[in-house]
Design a protein around this ligand. Structure first.
Ligand code: 3MF
Ligand code: MG
Length: 431
């Protein structure tokens, strides 16, 4: 054990505690017929908690960590301390990018050797700890080689480098028993249309994703392949803009039955949607896979990746997830980072504990609203007119037949209240 977290003991559920404790996240508490831990399936994001030095566009590193360094000893120490934090939090999962866990080598082969050494270490640790891998992914956006894209790069050598990187990360995810494999196309988009061949880039991205799916089946990976939508940042425009856009892309390339989505709160907001909109859309399109949980700052126009602290927002998100039947292989990955002034090791623990409690409160409120039929009953009532035989017959009729009824004076629409404020008041009673 390192002394990085000092005397911080494993965090447990104790609603009456004075200090560090879960006041709402009670892993064994049964909610809507399932243990809370099995509903929420919390994961820690390696990159924000262990790889990010605290920089922002106007300032550099603020965090002082014993594992900083670009050698393998530093990478191994980082892994040791990461697993210590997983144990303190009692989280069931974690997620990584290849670049989070190993130093960049001076060649592809050197980077792969570094990567494989840490994956070996993870494999040992997973054998002896409770935590498992929710998903792995490849960082195809930080290194300058990816500045013009990965699968969509005008340079075929970058497509090849990206394909080899994803193969390695998918192999490692499979070996570690990962439940999913995620692709966030941070550079799969454009800065300007003036130098972009949209059609070629989308076709290449479609081929790349088909190769990933084919390889998944070849190696027998049983996890879900997930695309993570985001409208922009760092690109001016990202091709995987939002749920509906990604679904259209999947249909165009014949992948709508093979790929689902990892939906992030902050990305939904950047796309001009609510989190619950994107989740409801993904549910209705049959592509809801997993979530990256965080929040944005509503006064800033970029992805601030803050830990969630808004119970009503989170409750409406889990409401849509529960309506979809809950997570299967997905979960709640905290794609969330400390503010750069939150320097202490205990800040990492406090941030995750608070966020886990917020999500637990949201889950319980959502489950209760569903159990009480609080929103579904008025929703059904609003569409009841469609239950009549005439209305159902209209859906298999034709314009002329319908028009004849209207012209004969059989149809006389009478507007009814949508009762939005009443429904918002109902939600407020649960959160
Ligand atoms: C960027 C993101 C990414 C993705 C990660 C996994 C660095 O806004 O959200 O986090 O979550 O690459 O796909
Ligand atoms: Mg994310």
């Amino acid at each position: 054990m390192s002394d990085f977290f000092g005397d911080i003991a494993p965090v447990s559920y104790n609603p009456d505690a004075e200090g560090l404790a879960y006041r709402h996240y009670n892993p064994d508490e049964v909610v809507a017929g399932k243990r809370m831990e099995d509903h929420l399936r919390f994961a820690v994001a390696y990159w924000h908690s262990f790889a990010w030095p605290g920089g922002d566009p106007f300032g550099g590193q603020t965090f002082d960590r014993p594992w900083w360094g670009d050698d393998m000893a530093a990478a191994r120490l980082k892994a040791e301390i990461a697993f210590e934090m997983f144990e303190i939090l009692g989280v069931p999962y974690f997620c990584w990018h290849d670049a989070d866990i190993r130093p960049e080598g001076d060649s592809f082969a050197a980077s792969k050797r570094n990567f494989d050494e840490i994956i070996d270490l993870f494999a040992e640790k997973l054998d002896s700890s409770k935590v498992k891998l929710l998903w792995g992914t490849a960082n195809l956006f930080s290194h300058r080689r990816f500045m013009s894209g990965a699968a969509t790069n005008p340079d075929p050598d970058v497509f090849a480098w990206s394909a080899a990187t994803v193969k390695n990360c998918l192999d490692a995810t499979h070996r570690l028993g990962g439940q999913n494999y995620v692709l966030w196309g941070g550079r799969e988009g454009y800065e300007t249309l003036l130098n972009t061949d949209l059609g070629q880039e989308l076709d290449h991205m479609g081929r790349f994703l088909n190769m990933v799916v084919d390889y998944k089946h070849k190696i027998g990976f049983q996890g879900q392949i997930l695309i993570e939508p985001k409208p922009q940042e760092p690109t001016k425009h990202q091709y995987d803009y939002d749920v509906a856009t990604v679904y259209g892309f999947l249909q165009k390339y014949g992948l709508e039955k093979e790929v689902k989505l990892n939906i992030e709160q902050g990305h939904a907001i950047l796309a001009g949607h609510s989190f619950e909109h994107e989740l409801a859309m993904a549910r209705e399109l049959g592509v809801l896979g997993s979530i990256d949980m965080n929040r944005n700052d509503y006064q800033s126009g970029w992805d601030t990746d803050q830990f969630p602290n808004n119970v009503p927002e989170v409750a409406l998100a889990y409401y849509e997830i529960l309506k979809a039947g809950g997570f299967d292989k997905g979960g709640t990955n905290f794609d969330s980072k400390l503010r750069r002034q939150s320097l202490d090791p205990s800040d990492l623990i406090e941030a995750h504990v608070g966020a886990m409690d917020i999500c637990a409160r949201g889950l319980k409120a959502a489950a209760q609203m569903l159990e009480d039929d609080a929103l579904e009953a008025p929703r059904r009532a609003r569409y009841a007119g469609w239950e009549t035989p005439e209305a159902q017959a209209m859906l298999t009729s034709d314009l002329e037949t319908i028009a004849a009824r209207v012209e004969a004076g059989e149809v006389n629409p009478a507007p009814r209240s949508g009762q939005q404020e009443k429904l918002e008041n109902i939600v407020s009673r649960y959160v």
